[in-house]
Design a protein around this ligand. Structure first.
Ligand code: ZN
Length: 268
């Protein structure tokens, strides 16, 4: 099933199931437990991120070619960091370049985002995908100056500014994507494909990430895992290509769709 979340004319949020004819039918109940697709047409005024995450946990340096372009060693364990929940952003909403705590090095990262459907702990690799509700597109927007120079050697600051976690446009349930590590993934910046690769290049694949992240650690239902980005990020280009007001960034993932966000200055 392809699930969207949206605001209706009254400003209320609902889930709906997208249909092959382009319409969507309202879902009653909670997509994390009991729910059913009704016969009622969804009155979609604005698309929202398909879930409200209970946490956003992210993996750095998880594609071989990307680790190479940043001249980092191939990590022995997944490199984990978190994004602030308030950084969540919706399809079509603007990515804001921070001006108050100013950044001059804001970058894009297309990522396969995995939504955990059932609270779990100590999950073995063989059962890991049973705990996945589905997949969506994520953009792990990153202020490289706050990540690399001013972050005190952690990454959360530079990855957690408001609007730095666009998600969407839909959640595709796991039955439609039996192998999440065989998907074309790309970033298109103002029409140019700046990242263009495949999730089969992950150093730690999706089952390995769930096994690792749930080790001695409860993963709450609603956890969104940003699984890392392939090569082609702006900081590794010559010269670097930082996001600028007026840019439009699209993350495209096979079988999921396209997540597009314009770029503006904070406060503009
Ligand atoms: Zn990332």
């Amino acid at each position: 099933m392809k699930i969207i979340r949206y605001l209706d004319r009254a400003g209320q949020a609902h889930f709906a199931s997208e249909q092959p004819d382009g319409s969507a039918l309202v879902i009653e109940g909670d997509i994390f437990c009991e729910h059913r697709v009704t016969a009622r047409r969804a009155d979609v005024v604005k698309l929202l991120a398909p879930v409200v995450p209970t946490q956003m946990v992210c993996i750095g340096l998880n594609y071989r070619r990307h680790a190479e372009e940043t001249k980092a060693k191939i990590p022995g364990h997944p490199v984990v960091f978190f994004k602030n929940l308030a950084a969540l952003s919706h399809p079509g909403d603007a990515i804001q370049i921070p001006t108050h705590l100013a950044s001059h090095e804001v970058d894009y990262e297309c990522e396969l985002a995995v939504v955990i459907g059932k609270t779990c702990k100590n999950v073995p690799r063989a059962r890991a995908l049973d705990f996945v509700l589905g997949y969506t597109c994520g953009n792990d927007v990153s202020a490289r100056d706050w990540q690399r120079q001013f972050g005190g050697s952690q990454w959360c600051r530079g990855k957690s500014f408001d609007t730095f976690a666009p998600l969407g446009p839909r959640l595709v349930t796991r039955d439609e994507i039996p192998n999440p590590n065989a998907l074309a993934i790309a970033t298109v910046l103002n029409g140019e494909r700046v990242q263009d690769w495949n999730t089969n290049d992950m150093i730690f694949d999706v089952p390995a990430l769930i096994e690792f992240l749930s080790g001695s650690t409860t993963l709450l239902a609603g956890t969104v895992i940003f699984t890392g980005t392939p090569h082609g990020v702006g900081m590794a280009r010559t010269p670097p290509r930082w996001l600028r007001p007026g840019d439009t960034v699209t993350v495209a993932i096979e079988k999921i769709g396209e997540l597009t966000n314009p770029v503006v200055l904070e406060g503009a």
